[in-house]
Design a protein around this ligand. Structure first.
Ligand SMILES: *Cc1c(COP(=O)(O)O)cnc(C)c1O
Length: 497
């Protein structure tokens, strides 16, 4: 199977090239030229399989130029017991219709691990397959979660080095500690004096600096990114929806062929797009429910067909969803337009020039058929954390709470009783202050440091602190340097020297 670009459907590359390149040369996103089918017989077989086997089976359908043993080796390294514990993506039943898919059992306690643990292996395999012998240098600008997940994924992976920049005053204390104590031979972390946009612009400037790139090439280095538009990050996300379905078959919640809904707290549109792709492959899915916080550009888009980013940006307690440009939406538009690169190019031009676009009636009609969208502000996010804890004895993080709330809105407005998988994208411990506050325990928080808050949340929620967060306290701080935002290239060169 070959891959086209959303902005050039005549382009055809192998999956290894798509993963190595990340983005197509004309700025489009790589998409498979056709979608492999998932039959009910496949599901029957996968129901009895391990997560690694499920991942190997699904990924191999997309990565046709990889050998089965290559895909299996990648999945085995990524989803090992030492990284994810006994169950990679467990499904927890909250009520007769609500099933929480916990995607945060990886090393950094957030769902980005599901993709970033396997991407480095898919990428280094792609390098070998395409005869590339250089060392890949991954540069990441992060507002918190992605940087740490990328560091953990690339840590000690042969043939790679990774450098992460974060705004020194723009991440939480835990996030900062997670990064500056990062272990591994091939990693480097630096704060920058500036905000996330400065960090991102600095990284972009290095990527487009031909002179710098040529100098690196001489030293046998080639730059790459690990951002969420890489096909090697998206494909592994399809797996856990199929896996959740299999688990529901195994527990007798559904019969093979029964439909489920999938509800996803959405930012860049990657996670919910993977659910759409699972449906497209044949997974029996009724509605895809798109949940946003008060940065509700996607809610409005799905309700009106108009994507308008001319609006205020809100900082919320679910920061990983504070996004106004959902890059992966481009892949959905391509698919719903019947793979029409002209349509996509026109819409993306409009977005660049006017900050908005309107999709055709045909595309809008399909969106309404496939999706349901809703949003939830910080107040109701907290109410939902409280209610879920109160009613089910189960504690969700702020992002998951947005999805739970939007699911409740959906159910109330539609009366649909279809069993629904709700994607849970972070451990509540990652956003402990907001969660403890939502549970009504503000007073006990006063004067406590981050580690004491972990203890408090454990007490309040009756759950165990994830080992990777608890152990941070005793880790050596390896990367305490902060550089000027104009000196990022120097920092990269120093790291690679
Ligand atoms: C990244 C992230 C999201 C948003 O996922 P997208 O694929 O960008 O839609 C939601 N929740 C958490 C905790 C995240 O880290």
């Amino acid at each position: 199977m070959k891959y086209n670009s959303t902005r050039n459907s005549n382009l055809k590359v192998e999956s290894a090239v798509a993963i190595k390149q990340g983005l197509s040369v004309e700025g489009g996103l790589f998409v498979p030229e056709s979608f492999p089918e998932l039959s009910m017989d496949d599901i029957k077989k996968l129901a009895k399989a391990s997560y690694v086997e499920r991942a190997t089976f699904i990924l191999k359908k997309f990565l046709t130029d990889y050998l089965v043993k290559e895909v299996k080796a990648c999945a085995t390294k990524a989803y090992s017991r030492s990284k994810f514990g006994v169950k990679v993506a467990p499904l927890v039943k909250l009520s007769d219709t609500e099933f929480v898919l916990e995607l945060w059992h990886g090393p950094t306690c957030a769902f980005k691990d599901m993709a970033l643990q396997i991407l480095p292996h898919l990428l280094t395999t792609a390098m070998k397959k395409t005869g590339e012998e250089k060392t890949v240098v991954i540069l990441v600008a992060t507002s918190g979660d992605t940087g740490k997940a990328a560091l953990e994924g690339f840590k000690d992976v042969d043939g790679t080095k990774i450098m992460v920049f974060y705004p020194s005053d723009g991440v939480s204390d835990i996030q900062k500690l997670q990064m500056i104590t990062q272990e591994g031979r091939n990693v480097c972390v630096s704060g920058i004096q500036g905000n996330f946009d400065d960090a991102q612009n600095g990284v972009k400037a290095i990527f487009t600096d031909e002179k710098a790139k040529a100098a690196l090439l001489k030293k046998n280095y080639v730059l790459s990114s690990a951002n969420s538009i890489n096909w090697g990050r998206l494909a592994p996300q399809i797996v856990y929806y199929v896996s959740a379905y299999c688990d529901m078959v195994n527990t007798g919640e559904i019969q093979i062929g029964d439909k489920i809904n999938i509800c996803v707290p959405t930012g860049n549109f990657g996670n919910i797009l993977a659910a759409y792709y699972a449906k497209k492959m044949g997974l029996p899915v009724n509605k895809l429910i798109c949940a946003s916080n008060c940065n509700n550009i996607l809610t409005e888009f799905m309700q009106t067909g108009v994507y308008d980013r001319n609006r205020e940006f809100h900082t919320t307690i679910s920061p990983s969803m504070d996004i106004l440009i959902s890059s992966n939406l481009e892949r959905l538009l391509y698919d719903l337009s019947g793979c029409d690169d002209e349509v996509v190019n026109a819409l993306m031009n409009e977005l660049r020039e006017n900050g908005k676009y309107t999709v055709s009636d045909d595309i809008f009609g399909q969106i309404k058929e496939l999706f349901w969208a809703g949003c939830c502000d910080d107040y109701f996010t907290k109410v939902q954390i409280y209610n879920t804890n109160n009613q089910h004895g189960y504690t969700v993080d702020t992002h998951t709470a947005v999805a739970v709330d939007v699911y409740k809105q959906y159910k109330e407005q539609t009366g649909d009783n279809t069993k629904t998988v709700i994607a849970s994208t972070a451990s509540p411990y990652k956003f402990n202050a907001s969660v403890i506050s939502a549970l009504g325990r503000d007073e006990e928080m006063a004067g406590k440091d981050d580690f004491e808050l972990l203890e408090l949340l454990s007490e309040v929620s009756g759950t165990k602190i994830p080992k990777s967060l608890k152990s941070l306290k005793n880790k050596e701080k390896r990367f305490e340097n902060v550089c000027d935002k104009t000196k990022m290239l120097d920092a990269v060169n120093k790291f690679l020297k």
